[in-house]
Ligand binder design. Structure first.
Ligand code: BTN
Length: 252
């Protein structure tokens, strides 16, 4: 696999692991360099957001974690998720032709079904980010039988939608190249381009949504994202509320 630049300079491949994010966090604690990538063919305890389980059937999907060592404030972590979701949606579109979209903050979608997700975990030291792990799960060649029946209405894969078995290595290298490019733009403070890219790929803005956060559940129209990647929600009162993290459902 050819990968330019710093992201992907060290790639660790494993047949099976509990969670590539768990291993990447451990490697980060042991000093693994910026750009180290962990890829597994299967996960036995794949982690999703909000403590959920990530279905990780063997050999058919992408399970990958990337260690980044950004000199960032914790509030910027949302932008890492935003830029990673743009990198993934672009890679899926480029390599498979499938019209992948992004649902704020981290879901890769095709229509109203989930194609993948991003789990960003950060290690803080003295209030600063020491390193971040970007966990990427993309359902590539899974068939319907690879998912539990209760997910059949909400989850899909590139192969289910295109009826073509996809080359996972090509998607992986495109994700890593895009990640490198968007990350460098971001460091150069060219995040406005990134936010516009996100806007052009998203399936959330303009929709009526319900967002469950730690501080309560809010209903409104997804109005925009701000320069830090926070969702700006227009409530029925007309008030604009910024939300940094939450579980978003599109209502109509
Ligand atoms: C989500 O809930 O949408 C985020 C899912 C992230 C899953 C990926 S798979 C690779 C990496 N390792 C994990 O344990 N989780 C992430």
């Amino acid at each position: 696999m050819s990968v330019a630049g710093g992201v992907g300079r060290e790639i660790i491949y494993l047949e099976s692991i509990d969670s590539t994010n768990r291993l990447a966090m451990d490697l980060g604690d042991k000093g693994a360099v910026h750009g180290t990538v962990v890829i597994a063919a299967a996960q036995t305890k794949g982690r999703g957001r909000l403590g959920r389980r990530w279905e990780s059937p063997a050999g058919v999907n992408i399970y990958m974690s990337v260690i980044l060592r950004p000199a960032l404030e914790p509030k910027d972590a949302t932008l890492l998720t935003i830029l990673s979701s743009v990198a993934c949606a672009r890679a899926i579109r480029e390599r498979t032709g499938l019209y992948a979209q992004i649902k704020w903050p981290n879901d890769l979608m095709f229509g109203d079904k989930k194609l993948g997700g991003i789990l960003t975990e950060i290690r803080l030291i003295s209030g600063k980010i020491l390193f971040a792990v970007i966990g990427i799960g993309i359902n590539v060649n899974a068939g319907r039988e690879d998912f539990p029946p209760e997910l059949s209405d909400t989850v899909t894969s590139v192969m289910i939608e295109t009826a073509v078995k996809q080359d996972m290595d090509k998607i992986i290298s495109s994700v890593l190249n895009n990640l490198e490019g968007y990350y460098n733009d971001f460091l150069k403070k060219e995040s406005l381009t990134l936010l516009d890219e996100w806007r052009s790929l998203n399936s959330t803005l303009g929709r009526h949504v319900r967002v469950a956060t730690g501080g309560g559940t809010y209903l409104g129209v997804a109005h925009d994202i701000d320069d830090n990647g926070m969702l700006i929600l227009r409530m029925s009162s007309g008030e604009l509320r910024k939300i940094s993290a939450g579980d978003l459902n599109i209502l109509r």
